[in-house]
Ligand binder design. Structure first.
Ligand SMILES: [Zn+2]
Length: 258
């Protein structure tokens, strides 16, 4: 780190839990953010400001008027631009040292494999179950830690699945894909602006700690937030032995090892 970096990151370096070593790890790390909307906005802003070395942003959407109420990385002037381009411009202004990669695509499972393989950690900031299940499967297969977030109306949640560990539960253990969970969308049900800010910021916090191997936080836990009562509930998650995603894949991994 040069003098300018030591100054830029000095308030991190002062923290006993981070120090120069922890900050250097952030500078050397690569993060993939899937979705640059309500959750991805604050997550990307904090990760870039914190000095994550390489930030990959994946989103196929364009900035719309109705996004600006909560997607704080975008500007009125960037309406109509791809969200990843709009985000990139904002991130460069905050921290030009971060290498930002804009991926204006809707990633299918094969593409996700390619992208996730290049990342140390993945933040799922998407807004649909299809993407969440696909990201979970690929992170599991490639053993990449996943920080998952969701927010709708006044309810939000965050979980961390550290697939580097054999005993990690997965997103599918928590919400089985075959369940009849209804997909609610902001466009029809609404979402409280600061809620996505809180949840996306929690995702950034968990991601930074994982990158620095600080083993405290939401790993294997579910944090649920009700922003109306401002009630936060933290509950433990356990691996579902019959989970269709991680139950089978673990068996397959063991077979390969033998
Ligand atoms: Zn599972």
């Amino acid at each position: 780190m040069d003098d300018r970096q030591l100054l830029r990151y000095s308030r991190h370096i002062l923290l006993q839990e981070i120090g120069i070593e922890g900050q250097q790890r952030l500078l050397d790390s690569r993060v993939l953010i899937i979705g640059v909307g309500g959750l991805g906005s604050p997550a990307a802003l904090y990760l870039a400001a914190s000095g994550v070395g390489r930030l990959m942003l994946c989103d196929h959407d364009k900035v719309d008027y109705s996004n600006l109420q909560r997607q704080i990385i975008h500007r009125t002037a960037t309406i109509g631009q791809p969200k990843v381009a709009s985000a990139l411009a904002a991130l460069r202004e905050i921290n030009p040292e971060v290498e930002c990669v804009a991926l204006p695509i809707r990633a299918d499972e094969a593409k996700l494999r390619e992208l996730i393989a290049q990342a140390d950690i993945v933040l799922d900031c998407s807004d649909n179950f299809e993407t969440r299940y696909a990201v979970n499967r690929v992170c599991l297969a490639l053993r990449k830690p996943l920080v998952s977030g969701a927010a709708i109306q006044f309810h939000g949640q965050v979980s961390v699945f550290d697939f580097r560990r054999d005993d990690a539960p997965c997103y599918n253990c928590l919400f089985p894909e075959d369940s009849e969970a209804e997909e609610l969308r902001c466009a029809t049900t609404g979402v409280f602006a600061p809620l996505v800010g809180i949840i996306g910021t929690l995702q950034a916090a968990e991601a930074l700690k994982l990158l620095m191997d600080i083993e405290r936080g939401l790993n294997g836990k579910l944090l649920s937030l009700n922003a109306l009562d401002m009630n936060i509930l933290r509950s433990g998650l356990s691996k579902d032995p019959s989970c269709r995603a991680c139950g089978e894949s673990l068996l397959a991994a063991r077979r390969v090892k033998q």
